[in-house]
Ligand binder design. Sequence first.
Ligand code: GDP
Ligand code: MG
Length: 164
Amino acid sequence: AKPIVAVVGRPNVGKSTLFNKLIGQRLSIVEDTPGVTRDRIFADCEWLGHTFLLVDTGGIEPKSDDVILAQMRRQAELAIQSADVIILVVDVREGMTATDKDVASMLRKSGKPIVVAVNKCDSIGEPPAEFYEFYNLGLGDLYPLSAAHGHGTGDILDAVLEHL
Ligand code: GDP
Ligand code: MG
């Protein structure tokens, strides 16, 4: 079976933008409204001769009683369970949030390999100071990313392949 790579993180960090950039098409809906991706979306992704199934997920928002957010969380949990590698997307503009920490601890419990993509690092060169906060997630290496511009996707895919 093809390996599964799931893109997870809280709403609005840029998961669907990354997903679209990686598959080279605009299959997933990108919206300014947090949590607009309500269904899991799958696509084949190829990098350096390796093919895997990339899964976009709705955001994980653990502290909500909202029904839709709860469903999105459930879907993300299912994606995490079926994944061989997880790309955790965080947002350097917002900095590290309590939700990021919750998601990180959920991911740590899964025991799956995790690649942390620090998105919205839009300017080339040294990442902003907030980038380094995310080392506190305790998930190891950080990969600066601008999903919007496409910077950093190659290093992320390289890191994913190391775990396949
Ligand atoms: P999701 O909820 O995690 O799937 O996030 P989306 O991909 O829908 O993106 C949420 C918002 O962040 C949209 O307004 C995107 O245009 C914006 N966004 C995504 N990636 C980047 C990026 O690399 N830089 C900047 N500045 N904005 C981004
Ligand atoms: Mg989305």
